[in-house]
Design a protein around this ligand. Structure first.
Ligand code: NDP
Length: 253
C-alpha cells in the first residue's frame, strides 16, 4: 500500500528511546525507510526490530553525535545505504537541571554538546541531501524538524542552561527556516511539554525528587503524542509549512 512517505528516507536522532523511538516508528508506519541513530546499540536494535515486525524498513546507525565526525558520518552512511535523505528529526537531547550556582561544569558541557552542537553538525551534514530531495523527489519537499521544548519558550529557575539550549534551538530553527524555505526544505520546531520518557533519569540525586514532585499527579504526555506532531508536520502537502508546534500535557502550566 502506498503511504504519504513511501519512497522517502528519514533519519531520527536519539531514536533508541522515548520521543525518538516513537517518531521513528510513526514515520516508518507512513512508509518512510527510517534510520535510527543513537549510542545504545541494543535499544536501537529493539526499535528497528519493532519497525521491521510492523512491515517497515529501517537502518541502525550507532553514533555518538557529540563527536562532529560521527554526526557527519551517520548522515553519510544513511545516504550511502538508503540512497537519499528526505526527512531529518533532530531529537537527541539531554536535560540536566538544577540551580546555576550549584551545577557541575560537565553537565553544562554535556547539554550544550548534544542539544546544540550535535544538532548543528547533523544539520550541516544533512542540508545538501535535503536540498536535493526537495528538488528531485516525487513530493518535491524535504523536512528538518528540531525537537525543542516548552523550555525553549518559557524560562524557569532550575532549568537555566537547558533553557539556553532550547531557546537557542528555537532561534536557529527560525533563522534556518527563512534561509532555505525557497528551496522547499521546510524547517520546523516541535516544543514538547512533559513527556513520560527517560529524560528525567539523568539528573543528580536530589534534583530527581524535585522533578517527581513537580509532575506528581499529572497525566504526562506519551512519546507517541509528540510523534503525532512530527508526523503531521512532515506529511503536509508541499504548499503547507507548519513552522512550530507546542504540545503541553493538558494539566501543565
Ligand atoms: P530520552 O532520554 O528517552 O531520549 C534521549 C535520546 O537522545 C536517547 O535516544 C539518547 O540515545 C539520545 N542521545 C543522548 N545523547 C546522545 C549522543 N551523545 N549521541 C546520540 N544520541 C544521544 O528522552 P526524550 O525522548 O524525552 O528526549 C528527546 C528530546 O525531547 C530531547 O531533545 C528532549 O530535550 C526533548 N524534550 C523532552 C521532554 C520530556 O518531557 N521528555 C520535554 C521537552 C523536550 P542514546 O543514549 O542511545 O545515545
Amino acid at each position: 500500500m502506498s503511504s504519504v512517505l513511501s519512497d522517502t528516507v528519514a533519519l531520527v536522532t536519539g531514536a533508541s528511546s522515548g520521543i525518538g523511538a516513537a517518531t521513528a516508528r510513526a514515520l516508518a508506519a507512513e512508509g518512510a525507510a527510517v534510520a535510527v541513530v543513537g549510542r545504545r546499540r541494543d535499544r536501537l536494535d529493539d526499535v528497528a526490530g519493532s519497525i521491521t515486525a510492523a512491515g517497515g524498513s529501517t537502518l541502525v546507525v550507532q553514533a555518538d553525535l557529540t563527536d562532529a565526525a560521527q554526526a557527519a558520518g551517520a548522515v553519510q552512511r544513511v545516504v550511502s545505504e538508503l540512497g537519499r535523505l528526505d526527512t531529518v528529526v533532530n531529537n537527541a537531547g539531554l536535560m540536566l537541571t538544577g540551580p546555576v550556582a550549584d551545577a557541575p561544569a560537565d553537565e553544562w558541557e554535556r547539554m550544550l554538546a548534544i542539544n546544540v552542537n550535535a544538532l548543528l553538525e547533523v544539520t550541516r551534514a544533512a542540508l545538501p541531501h535535503l536540498r536535493k530531495a526537495a528538488q528531485d523527489s516525487p513530493r518535491r519537499v524535504a523536512d528538518l524538524v528540531n525537537i525543542s521544548s516548552t523550555a525553549g519558550r518559557v524560562a524557569r529557575p532550575g532549568t537555566a542552561v537547558y533553557n539556553l539550549t532550547k531557546f537557542g534551538v528555537n532561534g536557529f530553527t527560525e533563522a534556518l527556516r527563512q534561509e532555505v524555505m525557497r528551496e522547499r526544505v521546510r524547517v520546523s520546531v516541535v516544543e514538547p511539554g512533559t513527556v513520560d520518557t527517560e529524560l528525567g533519569s539523568h539528573v543528580r540525586a536530589g534534583i530527581r525528587e524535585q522533578i517527581t514532585r513537580m509532575t506528581e499527579g499529572m497525566e504526562m504526555l506519551r512519546p507517541e503524542d509528540i510523534a503525532d506532531a512530527v508526523t503531521y508536520i512532515v506529511t503536509r502537502d508541499r504548499r503547507v509549512a507548519v513552522n512550530e508546534v507546542l504540545v503541553r500535557a493538558a494539566e501543565q502550566t
